[in-house]
Design a binder for this molecule. Sequence first.
Ligand SMILES: [Zn+2]
Length: 440
Amino acid sequence: MNKLVLLKQYLLSKHIRRFSSRKAIQVYQNKKIKKHLAFVLTHSPFYQNYYQNHQLEWETLPVISKREMMDHFDELNTAGITKKEAFQLAAKAEKTRDFSPKINHVSIGLSSGTSGNRGLFLVSEKESAMWAGEVLAKLLPGSLMDEHKIAFFLRANNNLYESTKSSKISFHFFDLVEDLKTHQKRLHELKPTIIIAPPSMLRMIAEWKGNNLIDITPGKIISVAEVLEDVDKTFIEEIFQQNLHQVYQATEGFLATTCSHGVLHMNEDIIAIQKEYLDKEKGIFVPIITDFTRRTQPLIRYRLNDVLIERKTPCPCGSHFLALERIDGRCDDIFHGIHEQTGKKHMLFPDFIRRAIMLSSDDILEYKVTQKELFLIDIKLKVKNEKSVAEAMVLQELEKLWKENMLVLPKFTFTAYDLMASDRKRKRIENVIVELLVKT
Ligand SMILES: [Zn+2]
């Protein structure tokens, strides 16, 4: 573990690198990307071939997605690691829950996804130290010299996370596949100063605290790995009496973090973001990222499968990094309807569904809305008072939403609320129609 690299990145990010305008960010990124491309083109056969007939202005190079990245995995990475050996190692780690083995000092990460659609990510020791420095600079309250006990809830541990350990900072991995009682006991004994977990787990922890089952008072709480819904954010903030922070981190990189005002900013000091608008007026877009620090597995003009909403007003914190209103969800979870007149397929963003639910009744504690078929939407509600009243209000709002968009009304069904905190990724708004993904 390269402590100097970590420290350098920490200092650069926290104290040295400052950007006075959007222009300054662009100038910096262009310089970095130019240098990075020169490296990539001499070391990655995939990119050499892919860019063969293109002008090397990075902004307009052809886009790649997880599919191209995985299809050309062996030629894309610069460490000479094959997809086969990487998969073998990652699968073994998932099974044994020992995530320490590496190939030639390179850590392997496996992203979630349906089987056959999982991504493999490679990070060298230097890159992992840089990542750790960057994460600590942006997330750690106070200084590196203070004492911190970090409880981190994850589906799989990773060498990356272990790399943040030091004598002052202790790092405690909570494996989400373990049972809840074990977590409850460990948390109570550890009394972490920082908790990092998916919102479904944070909500569970907040419930324990609310019911006096655990006695903890963390100084900072950070939501990761799932879309943070307002219904959960408010609940967690009320119990812990503090702002809930957020990290937008994927195996593809450390993408965004909340500032002191609780606003998500993209980490444009390590990644350049381009926007592919789905709805420009509403600021809804899919990000195309160019990471200019990762050399082992270069990601240039890589289209993420996420829907983000930009913030229209500048953030009071003064940062010029792109500010987000929210992370809306995965592209796959956009709902679809058929236009009454044209018969064409039309998108309904998770944000529309979320707003309709929240507008309908103050009684709603938790919810889940699933598009099961093009004309079948299932709703699960957990409410304070009379359920039938809330259901009627929700039905009214959802019908209104479909009508406003001139879409053929689907059938809305209500079933019992049965969501539990578990190792599965929780989504409150989900599209489970598989065939739609291919067509759209
Ligand atoms: Zn801010």
